[in-house]
Write a protein that binds this ligand. Sequence first.
Ligand SMILES: [Mn+2]
Length: 327
Amino acid sequence: MNKLFQEHIKNAETIVITTHVFPDADGIGSQIALCMALQQLGKKAICVNEKKLFERYKYLDPQNVIISYEEYMEKPFEEIDLFIVTDTNSLPRIGKNTQELVLNSKDLLFIDHHPCPRELAAIHCIDTTMAATGELVGNLITGLGVEFTKDMSLALYTAILIDTSSFRYPTVSGDTHRLIAKLMDAGVKPPEAFNQINGTKKIGYMRLIGEVLSSAQTNESEEVAWICLNEEMIEKHQSDPEDTHGFINHLLILDNIKVACMFRQNGTSIKLSMRSACTSVDVGIMAQALGGGGHNHSAATVLEGKMDEVVKSSIAKIQRMIDKSKD
Ligand SMILES: [Mn+2]
C-alpha cells in the first residue's frame, strides 16, 4: 500500500485532496493530516470540499487547509497533478462541482476503507480491514517518513475515534492501538479529544435522545432492536440531524442483540441504518440485500413506504437473514 501511494505522489507537484459530501470526522481528519504531511514534503497540497467546513469541525483545521470548491475556483491550480479522494471510493459522493476537478487532473487516487470492486482496490489505496480511513492515512504518513505533528495527530485520532464509535468496533486491531499510541506521543490527550468532538451537545439533544430511546423495541427473538425518528422530532427539540447518527449505538448493549436498526424518515423515504453486535452477523450483506451497502459492522439503505410497514417488513427480513447465518 505504501509503495503504491509513493508511486502516485512521487512526481506530483500540485495535489488536491477531497472527501465525501456531508463529511464526517474520518473524511475531514484524514484529508487534513494527509495535506499537512504532503505540505511538509514540499508539495503544493490543498483540501477542496464541495461545501465549506462545518463550524463544529473547524478546530481540527487550525491551519485552514480545507477550502470550499467556490473558494478554490477563485484561485485554482493551473493543473492538478494528483487528485486524492478520502473516505469514499465513489466519485458521485464527492459532490457535483468537486467532481469536475477530476476531469482536469492528471492522476486520481482513492484512499479509503469501504468495500469496493476488486479491480478498484488493486490500483488504489483501499483497505477494508482498516478501522478508519484515518488509520490508513496514519500508516501512509508513517511510510513517508514524516513525523506526526500535534495537529496531524488530533485530526487522525478524531477520525479513528468517530469511525470506531470510541474503539468498540471489530475493525479495531492491535495495529490501530499502536498507531493511537504514536498519536498520543505526539500530543493528543484523549479526554480533550473526546470532548472536543462529542461534548458540544445542547439540552435539546438530551430530550430528543430520551424520546427516541424510550420508544426502542425488540422483536420476539430479541436479536433485532430498533428505534425510529422523524424530522418533526428533530425540529421539536431543535436538534441537528447530524447529532442523531450515534443514537443507534445505544441499542448494542442489549442482551441477545445481533442487529441494531435505526429508521429515519427523510421526506418520502426512510433511511435504515444497521449495526452488527457480533462478528458472526454481517450487516453489510444485509444492507446489500435491501438495496444499500456498507461495512460488515455498519451499513445502511434507503427504503420507500410508510414507517410502520417499512419497519415491519425489514425487521422480518433481517431476522430471516440472521437465522440463515446460523445454519
Ligand atoms: Mn470512514
